[in-house]
Design a protein around this ligand. Structure first.
Ligand code: UDP
Length: 319
């Protein structure tokens, strides 16, 4: 039997590139598609020598054609950082809506299983804590984050419609804050900002008073949850994330400790609609996928530091 073929949109991004690696390890042929507006070919360069790896420089909001069979499609293409939403609002809306439609159409044509990368942002600034999948959320549709939140909510609706109306075999993962190697140094999210600042000996920019909470999952744990979800029979959304919740101030202090820097904290104004609390309820993932995160924060930070340190130092030398 020929090996299974998977298409990963956004495959040159942070999560996409880790998924490409995992599916190659599992024996799949991998087609990585990316328009490289926030993805980076450097994230997958090391896979170019693998015969089972193919890279397609393509925008999934345009008509997409993939010759040959496809067994699975993972739709991960999207800007995913709050500063991206400010700089790329239309692209963010387009890839979540038009892009999801195109990719679902491709899944239908190929009879491929389709997995949507959704997000904890569908819960908005949540009024229920921790957030179970049954919670419908508290989203401001017209705020600066609305372009991402509403695009992903639309993408979930479109995915369920293709499942119910066209019988496409679909999965939806709601991804909570994730960190690890290959995050962009300047993508503005908490971990890259804090780690880069600490490595330069600069003050860490904590927004607001730092009392807002997040729950950070190491990328390998997340990828394992996604792999299990794809292979499961679960059609309803599943949260994947690490339930260890902490304040952003505590997270900043953990990054300072991991780097050994003596950086101070500098408080800056809180972005509009910044969620005050966030923690995944992973009861369903535990039960349905026998999954839970394994990598402790301290270890995940150490692994991430091994990626960031040489890059931040190279930039400081102007390389
Ligand atoms: N944050 C911060 N300083 C930064 C970047 C982010 O204090 O330099 C805060 C941000 O306001 C939010 C949290 O860290 O409360 C997580 O932000 P991120 O952009 O990583 O992801 P979000 O969970 O908001 O999508």
């Amino acid at each position: 039997m020929s090996r299974e073929r998977v298409l990963i949109t956004g495959g040159a991004g942070f999560l996409g590139s880790h998924l490409c690696e995992r599916f190659l390890q599992e024996g799949y042929e991998v087609i990585c598609m990316d328009n490289l507006i926030t993805g980076d070919v450097k994230n997958v360069e090391h896979l170019f020598s693998e015969p089972a790896f193919h890279f397609e420089h393509r925008d999934v909001t345009e008509y997409i054609h993939v010759p040959g069979k496809l067994d699975a499609i993972l739709h991960f293409a999207s800007p995913a950082s709050p500063i991206d939403y400010l700089e790329l609002p239309i692209q963010t809306l387009k890839v979540g809506s038009l892009g999801t439609h195109k990719v679902l159409g491709l899944a239908r044509a190929k009879g491929a299983r389709f997995l949507l990368a959704s997000t904890s942002e569908v819960y908005g600034d949540p009024l229920v804590h921790p957030q179970p999948e049954s919670y419908w959320g508290n989203v401001n549709p017209i705020g600066p984050r609305g372009v991402y939140d509403e695009a992903k909510r639309f993408a979930e609706a479109m995915t369920m419609a293709y499942h119910r109306f066209h019988g496409v075999d679909t999965r939806i993962v709601r991804i909570f804050n994730t960190y690890g190697p290959r995050m962009r140094l300047r993508d503005g999210r908490a971990l890259p900002a804090f780690m880069t600042q600490a490595l330069r000996g600069e003050a860490l920019t904590v927004f607001g008073d730092g009392s807002q909470t997040r729950s950070f999952c190491y990328v390998d744990d997340l990828v394992d949850g996604i792999y299990r979800l794809l292979r499961s029979q679960e059609r309803e959304p599943v949260n994947i994330g690490n339930p260890r919740e902490m304040t952003i101030l505590q997270f900043a202090q953990a990054v300072i400790a991991a780097t050994g820097a003596d950086s101070k904290i500098e408080f800056k104004s809180l972005p509009v609609d910044d969620p005050k609390i966030r923690q995944p309820d992973i009861t369903r993932a535990r039960k349905l996928l026998s999954w839970e995160p394994k990598v402790p924060l301290e270890e995940g930070l150490a692994r991430t530091l091994a990626y960031f340190r040489p890059r931040v130092e190279a930039r400081a030398r102007g390389v």
